[in-house]
Design a binder for this molecule. Sequence first.
Ligand code: 13P
Length: 265
Amino acid sequence: IRAAAGSYSDELVSTAKSVASPGRGILAIDESNATCGKRLSSIGLDNTEANRQAYRQLLLTTASLGEYISGAILFEETLYQSTTDVKEAAWGLARYAAIAQDNGLVPIVEPEILLDGDHGIETTLEVAEKVWSEVFFYLAQNNVLFEGILLKPSMVTPGAEHKEKASPEAIAKHTLTMLRRRVPPAVPGIMFLSGGQSEVEATLNLNAMNQSPNPWHVSFSYARALQNSVLKTWQGRPENVEAAQKALLVRAKANSLAQLGRYTG
Ligand code: 13P
């Protein structure tokens, strides 16, 4: 296989496959200090390094988490991209992917599509198709090895201020339509972000997407939809750590079942 990945090809393919393995997804805890501060302030805690560390330690020391979680995103260059300059952003993403592979790392490719607005689901579908066609055009131009990348898309939903919510079935249908039209089956894993959905919505939507076989492993890379209850339960108190870790396992297991299409609520 001729790709930018060069001598790392086999390792990249096996790493990507192990992250995208049945019943497992990613725990995203790559919040910037500012975002982490927002989460902590929601439970009345100061944004100190000690509090951030205590919180991340709670998450990462949860026993048996590995049954449901195959990777954690600790740091990531978050790209804030405007839709008016999508081409430059897509080129930048593709360069990042090629450089990561050249160094033996599986890149997580995440173009940001803002969810604000009162537009309907069809508009989101149109925009997402446009964004992903550009991303894949430039990934190919940069000889990125598709078998050695993971995607982190947002689901195709109506805009956040749209008058009606879409059902999990409608979200699954539109999201899968977009993926089938734009994402080659060589890509091993599609790891969705939760994008402000509630914990249960994020699980139901993922479950709906896994009701029939897909060419890729369709899974999660959730931050908020795995952490909201954990934070609320923890409240920054050492005596709540165990209960908070249980809350994390409940969400992780629910999403694991959703990855297998077996979540029943
Ligand atoms: P959310 O699941 O909270 O949208 O965050 C995912 C993410 O992009 C963090 O890496």
